[in-house]
Design a protein around this ligand. Structure first.
Ligand code: AHM
Ligand code: MG
Length: 340
């Protein structure tokens, strides 16, 4: 690929596919369809302040949370963009309780799409960045149509994963296991253009920590001790970190990817398993993080090694610069009374 060339996402996906002569083109089709869905969602997100699309629908999703209208729109757009291409055997979404079958009258394929159509939805009506998170797995069951077994695969089996960030610009960032590629939507031509080649977490990183400290009292002592130490309140001399927290995973991670630091959503007394969902949120972000040279852990093991047992399983999440995630694991495993 010539360095000076303007590379659209379609061209990039095609050029990636050519590296694998045995590729059928199905994965490329899925990524291309996802990019189209992202543009449709972006168009509505950008209009959110203009039209009467805001406000709650007045019912709860399977997580027991209020569903925003844009969530429903994003869910529908992704489903409709992906249901007919003959590349997927089923889908699962954070917004739906069970497996989403491909309609009987459409052909099926060998891949599973796992997605969170619009994450960080509490930020929609305050003009703060939100995102779509996706991952793609190969079907492993013998049947033609997907089963739960196809959806409950560890992140290490992921074929591709990534996210779309609806921020001051719209970006699509993904990895299919050969590095991380970032594309920015040029609204004047409606194309995602390759803007961030082979993204790596910076070294040296910014010393940023990102966590919702309102839950401090509900954390385990090791977690409390770690954050106190990051603020420079420990006994040892440690250059204090700075704090950044948006409350929108895609945006908090995207900053971590480009600047370095650590993002944490630990378990607490109210959420003993953490809040974030392993399949829809943690695993795809973990793939991008690892592929960019970072680490993603639940405090004890790599997120990508966890074998899910339930579609809506939650997990604690620590991710970002490798040495900071290692440090978090040490804090969580040490005697909380130790000085830092
Ligand atoms: P959602 O799936 O309901 O949008 O919730 C997920 C979001 C993440 O984007 C973010 O990291 C987290 O919830 C913020 O939670 P909190 O408000 O507890 O800090
Ligand atoms: Mg979510």
């Amino acid at each position: 690929m010539a360095d000076s060339a303007v590379v659209t996402i379609d061209r990039h996906i095609m050029e990636e596919e050519r590296k694998y002569p045995e590729a059928t083109g199905a994965l490329s089709n899925i990524l291309t369809d996802l990019a189209l869905a992202a543009k449709l969602i972006q168009r509505e997100v950008a209009k959110a302040g203009l039209v009467d699309i805001l406000g709650k629908v007045g019912r709860e999703n399977v997580q027991g949370e209020q569903v925003e209208k844009l969530d429903e729109f994003a869910q529908e757009v992704i489903y409709k963009s992906m249901d007919h291409s003959g590349t997927l055997c089923c889908m699962v979404s954070e917004e739906e309780e069970g497996l989403i079958p491909i309609p009987e009258d459409f052909p099926v394929g060998d891949y599973v799409l796992v997605f969170d159509p619009l994450d960080g939805s509490s930020n929609i009506d305050v003009n703060v960045s939100i995102g779509t998170i996706f991952s793609i797995y190969r079907k492993i069951s013998s049947g033609e149509r997907g089963t739960l077994q196809d959806c409950l695969q560890p992140g290490r089996m992921m074929v591709a994963g990534g996210y779309v960030l609806y921020g001051s610009s719209t970006m699509l960032v993904y990895s299919s296991g050969t590095g991380v590629h970032g594309f920015t939507l040029d609204p004047s031509i409606g194309e995602f253009l390759l803007s961030h080649k082979n993204i790596r977490l910076p070294n040296p990183p910014q010393r940023y920590y990102s966590v919702n400290e309102a839950y401090f009292q509900k954390w385990a002592l090791g977690q409390q001790r770690m954050v106190a130490c990051l603020k420079g309140m420990g006994d040892k001399e440690m250059q204090p970190f700075r704090s950044r927290y948006i409350g929108s995973l895609v945006a908090d991670f995207h900053r971590t990817l480009l600047k370095g630091g650590i993002f944490m959503y630990p378990r607490d007394d109210n959420s003993p398993e953490g809040k974030l969902r392993l399949l829809y949120e943690a695993a795809p972000i973990a793939l991008v993080c690892e592929q960019a040279g970072g680490r993603a852990s639940d405090g004890e093991r790599d997120i990508l090694d966890i074998i899910p047992t339930e579609l809506h399983q939650r997990t604690p999440l620590f991710l970002g610069t490798r040495e900071f995630v290692d440090m978090a694991e040490e804090f969580l495993q040490q005697d909380p009374d130790l000085p830092c």
